[in-house]
Each structure stands twice: as structure tokens, then as C-alpha cells.
Design a binder for this molecule. Structure first.
Ligand code: UDX
Ligand code: UDX
Length: 457
């Protein structure tokens, strides 16, 4: 018999790891994770988890079957829960009003109605998904529209975990944010959610706020992080024109304690499921409230991000004598960042598309993301191959493109790789990851982001 029953609807990148960590630290709570995707749940119940995240396997195998359960019977699980976390996806709308910008809330609404239909007693519903500010009001109206007079309290508890470091971020978060209504029932619900995190997070790191501040803070935190990446990338373009070095500039700027060193790594721009979606969302909301200057301001963060990827493709083509038709190019990395198999919005997608449109032949290597690559580039089938071995990918290639910052790429034997490549052999390091001087000494022409090239030509 468990002290409390927690349910999480949505067993994705957010729901799965978050619930595993809650279950680990709260053995007296039962944590059930449900999803409409049966395959996903089957994999959560197997040794081959549906997502790759360092440290996740160990936690899941320690708590699964103890107080963590993955199931598909969504309806049946609802009424037994005291607290329901909802972490279903909220992609950017692709149709109708707000297409390309607004968040598509259909899964959230379906889930809210599902909760309502299957409930016979009061519940706390926690927004885990990133949602537009004031979504709780709309969800609240749906949940309150019941004739059963059941009380649902909506709490916002946005997730700040980053993929690849999800377990560390959950175990030792910078802060946990929980927003609730000022009413007595709102504050009681807030306390219940705080109590979960108090099991392992120091109290001073548990921040409470209004629901609206909490919803908005998540969007703003992601927008600020993305803005830093675009800021440094915009300067990388200027470095390339002036022979300044972006790594040196970033270091000098980041040592100002008011600015700080994090998120100043120039590269191919940000990917991942959140940054672009959240900024689009922020601009859409700003526009809706008539704040077009605010919307334009944040749109530029996205514009610089696409520009950075276009610019990189142009450099590759130009350096390779203005034609890459039929040339084999090895792509090292396809995931949107290291230590994840996720390719959502990966900069590698745009870079590869740019090269494929110029009729290059790609050999794509990634330690975890080859399935994603095959799906993301399916319209180019026949023009690329997937390689689990980086040496085979580079063999007979004219160039290597580093698209993801996997640490394994640093320790490859580039002298051996050089021998097997067509000459002149190029490396385009889109992540400023490798030891460029060493590569140059081996014989490569090395092009990087925001730094002078080391070129034999
Ligand atoms: C998602 C959102 O992208 C993000 O904005 C939010 O902060 C958290 O939820 P993520 O976990 O990465 O992040 O999404 P995803 O991996 O797509 O997982 C969502 C899961 O919800 C999927 O497994 C999907 O099958 C499930 N789902 C969706 C339901 O169980 N019911 C639904 O009605 C819709
Ligand atoms: C992000 C937020 O960090 C997290 O708090 C939120 O909950 C979800 O969105 P995530 O998208 O998983 O997490 O990864 P993150 O580490 O933030 O990286 C996002 C992208 O920015 C990656 O493509 C990464 O390569 C890129 N990036 C990051 C840079 O190009 N330079 C940097 O300095 C940092």
C-alpha cells in the first residue's frame, strides 16, 4: 500500500526520466507512467529503453516493479491517482490559426478531457509540458466543466532538464519551479508537489510562484539560453570576416561574472525539441497581446540560428571548389547534441539537406542517432548511407563535417582517416570540437566556426 499515487501521462524524454527519479527518491509513493504509444511503453518495460540518457538504465532497473510502473491502460490508471503529471507533447502547430508558431494544444486538451471522464474524486493536475502562458486557465475551464463537481487543482511545474544530462539535472537541479493559485486549495496542492521534491532537493532550491509566472518562466529560460547561442553565433560570423577568434572572444566575454561562461559555444546553432518551439510560442503570444516589437526581438534569435546553418553549408561548397556534385562527404554526428539519440530540430538536418540539394553523397555516422537520420532525410533516400563505423564513413570521402559534439570524435585516428580520403581532404568542424592544429599537421584543410581557417590551399 503506497502513501500516494502519482500518475504521469506521456512517457517521453521528459516524463520517463522525471518519473524514474521521483520514484527513486520517494519509495513510499507509487509512480505509474502511461502513454498511448504501446511500443514506447513496451520498451520502457524492456532492457532496451526508448530513450538514451546517461544513468537512466541503472535507475529504471532499480525502481521498475518496485514503485515505478509503465503501462498503457491510461483510462484505468487515472482515478487511482492523487497527483497527475501531464507531459504529453506540445509541438508547434502545423495548420490553421497560428500555424508555424503557436503551440498545438490538442494532446493537452484530449488528456484533460480524459482525466475528467475517468475521475470520481479530486486531483492535482501538474503541467509538466511546456505550455503557453495562461494555458492553465483554459485547462481549468475544461476540468471544471464537470457535473460531478470534482475539484481539480492545476499546478505548473515546468521541466528544466536538458537531454544528455537529464539525470544529473533531475538529481541536482539549479531550481525546481512550482506555480499554483493563491487560494487555499491552490496552496495545499502546491505543498503536495513541493513535498515530492523535498525528498532530495534542498528547500532553498524549490521556488514557488503564481501559475502564470511559472508557465512564462519556462519559455523565458529557454528563450534566454537560445539567445545566448544566437548571440555568440552572430559574432562568429563577424570573427570570420575579421580574423578574430570566437573561442578567445567567448572566453574573454564569459569571464565577466555578470555574463558567465555557459552557453557561449559557437557552432551550428541550437537544435532540440524546445528552443525553437518555445521562442515561436513566445513570439506568438507577444503578437497576440499586440506587442509586435517584443515578437520581432525574439524572432531574430531564430533568424540567426538558420543563418548560421546556411552560412556553414555555403562555406563548405565554396571551399570545395564550388561543386560537391557526386562527392562523398562524411557527416560525423546527427543528434542535436552529444549524449542523446534525439534528432529533433538537429542542425545536422539542415546542413545535410543543404549538401544533398547540391547533389553530394553523404555517409552519416552517429553513435546513437542513425535511425533518426534515416527518418529525417527520407526524401533523399539513395543519396546517403548510414555508417556505424566512422572510419568506413570517411573512407574515400572528400570532406568530413562535424555536426555533433560527441566526445568520441576527438579521439579518432585522424592520420589513418586522412590516408583513406580523397585529396585535398577537408574537415569542416561545425562544433569547434577537434584539435585543429594537429589535423592541419596531418594534412587536412580545416575550416571551423568563427576562427581563421587552417588551410593548405
Ligand atoms: C514533451 C514536449 O515536447 C515538451 O514541450 C514538454 O515540455 C514535455 O513533453 P518530450 O517528453 O520530449 O517533451 O516529448 P515526447 O518524447 O514526444 O513525449 C510525449 C509522449 O506523450 C509521447 O510518448 C506520446 O505518445 C505521449 N502522448 C501524447 C500521450 O500519451 N497521450 C497523448 O494524448 C499525446
Ligand atoms: C534545453 C534547456 O537547456 C533545458 O533547460 C530545457 O528544459 C529543454 O531545452 P536541451 O534542448 O535538451 O535543453 O539541450 P541544451 O543543452 O540546452 O542544448 C540545446 C542546443 O543548443 C543544442 O543543439 C546544443 O548543441 C546547442 N548549444 C548549447 C550551443 O550551440 N552552444 C552552447 O553553448 C550551448
Amino acid at each position: 500500500m503506497f502513501k500516494k499515487n502519482i500518475l504521469c501521462i506521456g512517457a517521453g524524454y521528459v516524463g520517463g526520466p522525471t518519473m524514474a527519479v521521483i520514484a527513486r527518491h520517494c519509495p513510499e509513493y507509487q509512480v505509474v507512467v502511461v502513454d498511448i504509444n504501446h511500443d514506447r511503453i513496451m520498451r520502457w518495460n524492456s532492457d532496451n529503453l526508448p530513450i538514451f540518457e546517461p544513468g537512466l538504465d541503472e535507475i529504471v532497473s532499480a525502481v521498475r516493479g518496485r514503485n515505478l510502473f509503465f503501462r498503457t491502460d491510461v483510462d484505468e490508471q487515472i482515478d487511482g491517482a492523487d497527483i497527475i503529471f501531464v507531459s504529453v507533447n506540445t509541438p508547434t502547430k502545423t495548420f490553421g490559426l497560428g500555424a508555424g508558431k503557436a503551440a498545438d494544444l490538442q494532446f493537452w486538451e484530449i488528456t484533460a478531457r480524459q482525466i475528467l471522464k475517468n475521475s470520481s474524486k479530486p486531483k492535482i493536475v501538474v503541467e509538466k509540458s511546456t505550455l503557453p502562458v495562461r494555458t492553465a486557465a483554459a485547462i481549468g475551464r475544461i476540468l471544471d466543466s464537470n457535473e460531478k463537481k470534482i475539484h481539480f487543482e492545476i499546478v505548473s511545474n515546468p521541466e528544466f532538464l536538458a537531454e544528455g544530462s537529464a539525470i544529473r539535472d533531475l538529481e541536482t537541479p539549479d531550481r525546481v519551479l512550482i506555480g499554483a493559485r493563491e487560494t487555499d486549495s491552490g496552496q495545499a496542492a502546491l505543498k503536495e508537489v513541493v513535498d515530492i521534491y523535498k525528498h532530495w532537493v534542498p528547500e532553498e532550491k524549490i521556488l514557488t510562484s503564481s501559475v502564470w509566472s511559472s508557465e512564462l518562466s519556462k519559455l523565458v529560460a529557454n528563450a534566454f539560453l537560445a539567445q545566448r547561442v544566437s548571440s555568440i553565433n552572430s559574432i562568429s560570423a563577424l570573427c570570420e570576416k575579421t580574423n578574430a577568434d570566437i573561442e578567445e572572444v567567448a572566453k574573454a566575454v564569459g569571464m565577466d561574472s555578470r555574463i558567465g561562461p555557459k552557453f557561449l559555444k559557437a557552432g551550428l546553432g541550437f537544435g532540440g525539441s524546445c528552443f525553437k518551439k518555445d521562442i515561436l510560442n513566445l513570439t506568438y503570444i507577444a503578437e497576440n497581446y499586440g506587442l509586435s516589437e517584443v515578437a520581432r526581438y525574439w524572432e531574430q534569435v531564430l533568424e540567426i540560428n538558420s543563418y548560421q546553418q546556411r552560412r556553414f553549408v555555403d562555406i563548405i561548397i565554396k571551399q570545395m571548389f564550388n561543386t560537391i556534385v557526386g562527392k562523398k562527404i562524411a557527416i560525423f554526428g546527427f543528434a542535436f547534441k552529444a549524449d542523446t539519440g534525439d534528432t529533433r530540430e538537429s542542425p545536422a538536418i539542415n546542413v545535410c539537406r543543404g549538401l544533398l540539394d547540391e547533389k553530394a553523397q553523404l555517409a552519416i555516422h552517429d553513435p546513437k542517432a542513425l535511425d533518426g537520420a534515416a527518418k529525417d532525410l527520407e526524401e533523399y533516400a539513395g543519396q546517403f548511407i548510414l555508417e556505424s563505423d566512422p572510419y568506413s564513413a570517411a573512407s574515400k570521402a572528400h570532406a568530413i563535417v562535424i555536426a555533433t559534439d560527441w566526445s568520441q570524435f576527438v579521439s579518432l585516428d585522424y592520420a589513418r582517416i586522412f590516408e583513406t580520403m580523397e585529396k585535398p581532404a577537408f574537415i569542416f568542424d561545425g562544433r569547434n570540437l577537434l584539435d585543429h592544429r594537429k589535423l592541419y599537421q596531418i594534412g587536412f584543410s580545416v575550416h571551423r566556426i568563427g576562427r581563421p581557417p587552417l588551410s593548405k590551399l
